[in-house]
Design a protein around this ligand. Structure first.
Ligand code: FAD
Length: 448
């Protein structure tokens, strides 16, 4: 097992802290690390794609799980996979797609581990249809603070505390996942432009039959254009829709187009003007209305991965990813927040609005029925902390919540209103891990 002392951040590159990083190569090495961790405890880490400090542990241990990445068993008839927690969604896609199975839930990046996807209970563009990641986990094994390995099933408190539990109940070692059947590696994509937030909400509420849906909002537009957006909906293409000549290669892995690595030409483009210009280009270059465009799975789901180190061009101090959700019926709050961001002239990037469906069982899972808006902001913006605190207050007052896995700055007093099942989570942790073997910067900051 390799061990080193490293400075770690989340994907947003804010708040670096130093920890002892262990990289276990077996379940036994992982158990020895947990049992031997000092008073600052330990936390599991996947590929560090969570934007905030959920997978950091200042002055303690971090278990880098990426060497535990074996696909252990596949049931090709049932679409079931047993794999180590460090296996990436990218690898699972490569293994399962030629067999006619696809990931049931795809978060924005494919370089995410199975352990990270369960620990965050990740969700994708199809949340209304498929729920979040943990819904598709039929069991997992969990290394707990006493060094035991427990097999955990849905419908149990330990499952519900661990799904979205941010690594604080233990280290997931392996999981069994249920995939969804597909007959091609193509998506049929519809695109339309909405000229303001009301138009967008009306289009999304009217909906359609496509299970995947997201809107890329221009949060720099103001006045009547406030909240203008490009709305994208999509579904898998069935094989019978392809010409006969293309059916033999229907399930072929088709790579996404690559963008230049590191995007050096974008460095420094985090100012107000450049944010407006990029949002303007994104909006204007989208078709007003187009249906049935064919895209590969990679091009549809992993456009962000085409620039694998895009976070390296973060502005000085990194970027804050603000992801919140308000319920249906709270559209006025959403309108107010979008209006406030637009009027504040914050240079916001990559703002995405989704509708979420029924929440999962995870006590600290983020998705719940309603509107989920996520955006990136330069961390060094003057007055940003106060501004986001005031947005938190609006979100909490509307019965909404901020995503913990993406968070690096929420104040603990805002938490209880957002996550009503927090007392149960704390009680289970106190019983399962009385000495606090599992801790992170996030858990200390928010007293989880
Ligand atoms: C470009 C981009 C787009 C994204 N889009 C989405 C999206 O659409 N929807 C969404 O939900 N998320 C999204 N995310 C966030 C990302 O999917 C999650 O943060 C995911 O958890 C990251 O996985 P990871 O392997 O990198 O885990 P890490 O970031 O390393 O860890 C995340 C959390 O999981 C815990 N964890 C990791 N491994 C284990 C384990 N083996 N056992 C127990 N706990 C563990 C950690 O302790 C931590 O609390 C996006 C991130 C990026 C960078």
């Amino acid at each position: 097992m390799s061990v080193d002392t490293v400075s770690l951040t989340g994907w947003g590159r804010t708040a670096p802290t130093t920890a002892l990083r262990f990289r276990p190569r077996s379940y036994e090495e992982a158990a020895a690390t947990v049992l031997g961790c000092g008073p600052r405890g330990s936390i599991a880490r996947g590929l560090g794609r969570a934007h905030g400090d959920a997978a950091q542990n200042a002055g303690g241990s971090v278990l880098d799980m990426t060497a535990l990445d074996r696909v252990r068993a596949i049931d090709a008839a049932a679409g079931l996979v047993v794999c180590d927690a460090g296996t990436t969604l990218h690898r699972l896609r490569e293994v399962m797609l030629p067999l006619g199975w696809f990931l049931p839930v795809v978060p924005g990046g494919r370089y995410v581990t199975v352990g990270g996807a369960i620990g965050s209970d990740a969700h994708g563009d199809n949340h209304r249809a498929a729920g979040s990641f943990a819904r598709h986990v039929t069991e997992f094994t969990l290394l707990t603070a006493d060094g035991e390995v427990r097999t955990v099933h849905p419908g149990t408190p330990l499952f519900d505390a661990t799904a979205g539990g941010l690594g604080l109940t233990g280290v997931i070692l392996s999981a069994t996942l249920r995939f969804r059947p597909v007959t091609t590696s193509l998506m049929a994509v519809d695109t339309q432009r909405a000229d303001g937030l009301d138009d967008l909400l009306a289009r999304m509420t009217r909906g359609g039959h496509r299970p995947y849906e997201y809107a890329r909002i221009d949060l720099t537009a103001r006045g009547r254009a406030t909240g203008r957006a490009v709305l994208v909906t999509a579904d898998h293409v069935p094989v019978h829709a392809l010409p006969a000549s293309a059916r033999r290669t229907a399930l072929a892995l088709r790579p996404a187009p690559r963008r230049p690595g590191g995007l050096p030409f974008l460095s420094g483009l985090f100012g107000r003007l450049s944010a407006s210009a990029l949002n303007e280009i994104g909006y204007r270059s989208a078709p007003r209305s187009r249906t049935g465009e064919l895209r590969s799975l990679a091009a549809f789901f992993h456009a962000l991965d085409a620039a694998p180190h895009s976070n390296r061009v973060s502005p000085t101090g990194g970027r804050v990813h603000y992801a919140f959700l308000v319920g249906h019926g709270q559209e006025e709050t959403l309108r107010r927040i979008v209006g406030r961001i637009a009027r504040s002239r914050c240079p916001s990037f990559r703002a995405v609005l989704r509708r979420c469906g029924e929440g999962g069982p995870g006590w600290l899972s983020f998705p719940a029925p309603g509107w989920n808006l996520a955006l990136d902001l330069p961390a060094g913006l003057p007055g940003l902390a106060r501004f986001l605190d005031s947005l938190d207050e609006e979100v909490a007052a509307a019965g909404g919540r901020v995503s913990l896995t993406e968070d690096a700055r929420l104040r603990p007093d805002a938490l209880a209103a957002m996550y009503p099942r927090l007392p149960g989570f704390r009680a289970l942790r106190a019983e399962l891990d009385p000495t606090g073997a599992f801790r992170s910067d996030l858990s200390r900051r928010l007293s989880l």
